[in-house]
Design a protein around this ligand. Structure first.
Ligand code: DGY
Length: 320
């Protein structure tokens, strides 16, 4: 931190934001930016946050009571994400620390990626790419080579009809899919059904619930077994909603046909994860919001949340 920092508030960023956002924040505040490629280790985070008034964090940073309490002057937290399951919001609120997040701006990008993963999985695009790159494409246009699954006419089951779930539903309807969904609180396009029906009837099940104590590992073997053997699972929400070991077993044993995943229990995924070896799985490196336009909007919102939070007001988008 700079030596004149007694007049300027201090922000700790656990990763760099885009240059324009850094520049805008740097004009008013003192910034400390962690530059490691892996998430900031907890001990380093606890040390660095001690003099901070604000924190910019990311979905992989665990911001619990211990971290917050290492920062007596902390006024606001801005997460560069719509998900906030990595933050102990109740503790923050109890201490009067506001928590800003970035909903809405990434809804379309995440819904698009969900469709991309679904189409890829059903039409075996990535699998074909692997075949060509491995030099194993031998026969041209064989009548039953590389057969995929038709998308039109299939039933898409959406687990969680929030912002992203409802945009996925609209896109799927345009592809001729029948949409059913299960949601505890929201209604949306398609037919609302019980969770049991959703599992039994879906040809493709797409997960759009947040990760909470209630949804933690809810897609375990008992639920995977209720799905059709021909069904596919897509997850662009949070890895921990799925019991990942059970999913790997279900895919290996043919309990479901395939999966496309943008989120995992532990990220980044390394070669030891059994999913990496499976042909009926498409993997993406947590890129639901990764488009230039969307990430720019997320950065703009993060800056706005911080500016409001550091002036003693509620962030523009505030977790209550
Ligand atoms: C989010 O915003 O929560 C995504 O997972 C990361 O962009």
């Amino acid at each position: 931190f700079r030596s004149d920092s007694y007049v300027r508030k201090r922000i700790l960023l656990t990763r760099r934001l885009q240059d324009f956002a850094q520049a805008r924040l740097g004009r008013r505040y003192d910034l400390e930016v962690y530059s490691g490629r892996v998430p900031m280790p907890r001990r380093a985070l606890i040390r660095a946050i001690s003099g901070a008034h604000a924190l910019v964090c990311f979905p992989y940073d665990v911001i619990d009571a211990g971290v917050m309490d290492a920062a007596p002057d902390l006024e606001t937290i801005a997460t560069y994400s719509v998900g906030y399951d990595h933050i102990d919001v109740a503790h923050a609120r109890g201490r009067g620390i506001t928590v800003g997040y970035t909903p809405d701006v990434l809804t379309d990008a995440t819904a698009d990626l969900t469709m991309a993963l679904m189409l890829d999985l059903l039409r075996r695009v990535t699998e074909g790419d692997r075949i060509i790159r491995a030099g194993r494409w031998r026969q041209i246009y064989g009548a039953d080579d590389y057969l995929g699954t038709d998308v039109g006419g299939k039933t898409l089951g959406i687990l969680g009809m929030g912002r992203i779930g409802s945009r996925v539903a609209k896109r799927a309807a345009a592809f001729g899919m029948k949409v059913i969904y299960h949601s505890r609180s929201s209604t949306g396009p398609g037919t609302r059904v019980t969770l049991g029906r959703l599992l039994e009837r879906s040809d493709v099940l797409s997960i759009h619930v947040p990760h909470t104590p209630d949804t933690h590992e809810m897609m375990d073997m008992s639920r995977l077994r209720k799905m059709k053997r021909s069904a596919y699972l897509i997850n662009t929400s949070r890895g921990r909603v799925v019991h990942e070991k059970d999913l790997a077993a279900a895919l290996r044993q043919g309990i479901i046909a395939g999966a496309a995943l943008d989120v995992f229990h532990s990220e980044p995924v390394g070669p030891a994860n059994p999913l990496v070896k499976m042909q009926n799985v498409v993997l993406a490196p947590h890129i639901g919001s990764s488009t230039d336009g969307t990430r720019r909007k997320m950065a703009e919102l993060t800056v706005k949340n911080l500016e409001l939070g550091l002036s003693g007001r509620e962030p523009a988008y505030s977790v209550k």
